[in-house]
Design a protein around this ligand. Structure first.
Ligand code: HEM
Length: 152
């Protein structure tokens, strides 16, 4: 294994996961407070979330691709500790939740506010969104522990 390649990929992997976790914490920060500012703030608030999603998706896929490349340069799946493979599997679960629950909830909120709907009417989507991003974050932190703590 080329040492420079291993350390380079590891650096990319750690930077990408830091951006992924950091952006998902910061993007929804103050969302409810912004919605409470009035109807003219609701659509821009959702658009800001959707704009941040682009960075989040890029960081998420960079984490996955650099992780997969690390597995390759380290000798393949068969030499990987179970915790890394479990972490990689959970990461796929995060994308699944993001793509099938979190993002659709955001696009429904957008359509609702774009059609002149109020915050009370958007509550089902807001709650779904908040629950799913919290589940995603719990999984991300669980993967972080699995990657770092050499338990099994
Ligand atoms: C939420 C997603 C992820 C987070 C937060 C994360 C975090 C980390 C961290 C912090 C390290 C460095 C561990 C250390 O130096 O002790 C690491 C290493 C690693 N990660 Fe991830 N990772 C994630 C997803 C993935 C995925 C999806 C894969 C594979 C497809 C992967 C494969 C690896 C590999 C192979 C290593 C190197 C282990 C070693 O050098 O012994 N990671 N990860």
């Amino acid at each position: 294994m080329e040492t420079w390649l291993y350390f380079g990929l590891r650096l990319v992997h750690i930077l990408a996961m830091a951006v992924w976790i950091g952006a998902t914490v910061i993007a929804p920060y103050g969302f409810r407070r912004t919605l409470a500012l009035g109807p003219e703030h609701t659509l821009p608030a959702v658009d800001r979330l959707l704009a941040a999603t682009t960075l989040i998706i890029v960081a998420g896929f960079t984490t996955f691709l650099s992780g997969a490349a690390l597995i390759y340069v380290m000798g393949g799946v068969s030499v990987m500790p179970t915790r890394i493979l479990v972490g990689a599997g959970l990461t796929l679960g995060i994308y699944l939740i993001g793509g099938t629950i979190s993002r659709p909830a955001m696009t429904k909120m957008r359509a609702h506010f774009a059609g002149g709907g109020d915050v009370a009417g958007a509550m089902p989507f807001i709650r779904t969104f908040e629950i799913s991003i919290n589940v995603e974050m719990a999984l991300r932190l669980a993967v972080l522990v699995l990657m770092v703590v050499k338990v099994f």
